[in-house]
Design a protein around this ligand. Structure first.
Ligand code: CTP
Ligand code: MG
Length: 223
């Protein structure tokens, strides 16, 4: 199986507030996007397309390894992934979509996603259980109900897809749609989405504290 990966790296990182695109923010001296690309290659992906903010394309090209394709992203994550999908080479039969913002994702998670695709599943996502009590709150901040958490899962990336299914799902999607992940895009097209075990180390860097935690994880040798 020839698997390509799209790395969504075109966001601004407004919640992190680092003053540069989040994917270029260093973790232990290396931009987050470089950590993400390495994980995908280590996990068995054959080809990587990185989707970047058009204005910072040169900065990304300067830090990414040779052989990685770089394309301009869009205003939403969905638009960025759509641009990445259009840039994948002809050989790929499977596509993984990964957030640059998940720098410490273990290669084993990539391998689990690839194994599920190899076994014939058309779409697969890494998930983890919800560990906190989860409640519904009304407009006044009052708790109205507790949500049974046993069937709930937190969704991570990389998410894996049969290429034809992902391409067809994006083709059927409203061009202005903005969904938070790619599994939502294929589910809209009626594709069943399977799950594999995620990993806490796939955690997304969203706010400054997440970057602190990632640096700490490296310091104690967790990753
Ligand atoms: N992303 C993208 N194109 C966009 C928006 C987001 O490729 N137009 C990517 C980000 O670079 C990130 C991933 O999607 O790797 C997950 O998005 P998020 O964590 O929300 O990152 P940002 O949008 O950059 O952050 P923020 O929402 O805080 O501005
Ligand atoms: Mg965002």
């Amino acid at each position: 199986m020839h698997a390509a990966a799209i790395v969504a790296a075109a966001g601004s990182g407004s919640r992190l507030g680092a003053g540069l695109p989040k994917a270029l923010v260093p973790l232990a001296g290396r931009p987050l996007v470089c950590w993400a690309v390495d994980t995908l290659l280590d996990g068995g992906v054959s080809e990587v397309v990185v989707v970047v903010p058009a204005a910072q394309r040169a900065e990304f090209e300067a830090v990414l390894p040779r052989g990685v394709a770089v394309v301009d992203g869009g205003a939403s994550r969905t638009a960025s992934v759509r641009a990445g999908l259009a840039a994948i080479g002809p050989a790929a039969t499977a596509v993984l979509v990964h957030d640059a913002a998940r720098p410490l994702t273990p290669a084993a998670v990539v391998a689990r996603v690839l194994a599920a695709l190899e076994a014939g599943t058309p779409a697969v996502i890494p998930v983890l259980p919800v560990v906190d009590t989860t409640v519904l709150v009304d407009d006044d901040g009052l708790v109205t109900d507790a949500v049974p958490r046993a069937p709930l899962r937190r969704v991570q990336t990389p998410q894996g897809f049969d290429r034809a299914s992902l391409v067809a799902a994006y083709a059927a999607l409203d061009p202005g749609a903005d969904l938070t992940d790619d599994a939502a895009v294929v589910r809209r097209a009626g594709v069943p989405v399977s799950t594999v075990d995620g990993d806490e180390r796939c955690a997304k860097v969203t706010v400054a504290h997440d970057l602190t935690l990632a640096a700490l994880a490296l310091t104690v040798g967790e990753s």
